[in-house]
Ligand binder design. Structure first.
Ligand code: 5RP
Length: 225
């Protein structure tokens, strides 16, 4: 797939997500909005509807900036309470709708907003659909002083951790990526990694996976649930 083809599929799922949520929007609706290039297209497609809902909770400072740029009010999750819907992309998604996320280093805030949302709509192009997670490096957000410790623990578990040089998350932390390990039990691994001291969270979204997948394919957008 060329990058042009992939962009067209991302555009198609962004539009499809707006169609999906349009009829549910009320004056007091607050949307959860994820991060990444697919979500950026969703924000553009959502902009004309800005007056039909209250605003959005952003999963990254970049998303916050983009929402504000198109006139969508950004709200504080501590003030909004639970959200009805969260729209976000993924780096990989499997048939159980478990995902690897965090290619853009926004995994922790994404996981928080997803946890607060009744419905998670994943928007992804066909390249993200996999039978087994792990082809894409699995990110772990770590407290900076714990980086080497966490990396050693991951080596002990048989992983190949690589420090994502030069990246500081919105929370002031660092990222370790785990390479070359297909994942058999995503829920179990999500829990095990999160128990290591110094780990903020990891990019497995298995306990809280997607509820609906809008998958962009050359034959159109598939609606999978
Ligand atoms: C950012 C994410 C993104 O959702 C994921 O990386 C997909 O991004 P894109 O839509 O650019 O392919 O998890 O932390």
């Amino acid at each position: 797939m060329t990058s042009q083809d992939q962009s067209a599929l991302k555009q198609a799922v962004a539009q499809a997500a707006v169609q999906e949520i349009r009829s549910t929007l009320r004056r007091d609706t607050v949307l959860g909005v994820g991060s990444g290039s697919t979500v950026n297209l969703f924000i553009e497609a959502l902009a004309p509807l800005r007056d039909e809902f209250a605003g959005a909770v952003a999963s990254s400072t970049e998303t916050e900036r983009r929402l504000q740029a198109v006139g969508i009010e950004v709200l504080d999750l501590n003030q909004t309470g639970a959200l009805s819907v969260y729209v976000d992309g993924a780096d990989e998604i499997n048939p159980d709708f478990a995902m690897i996320k965090g290619g853009g280093a926004a995994l922790t805030r994404e996981k928080i907003v997803a946890a607060c949302s009744s419905r998670f709509i994943c928007i992804a192009d066909r390249s993200k659909w996999v039978s087994q997670l792990g082809g894409f490096p699995l990110p772990i957000e770590v407290i900076p002083m714990a980086r080497s410790y966490v990396a050693r623990q991951m080596v002990n578990l048989g992983f190949s951790p690589v420090y994502r040089q030069g990246v500081v998350t919105d929370n002031g932390n660092q990222i370790i990526d785990l390479y070359d390990q297909l994942i058999d039990n995503a829920r179990d691994l999500e829990t095990r990694i999160n128990q290591i001291a110094g780990v903020v969270t990891n990019g497995l979204f298995a306990h809280r996976g997607a509820d609906l997948l809008l998958l962009g394919t050359p034959d159109g957008v598939q609606r999978l649930s």
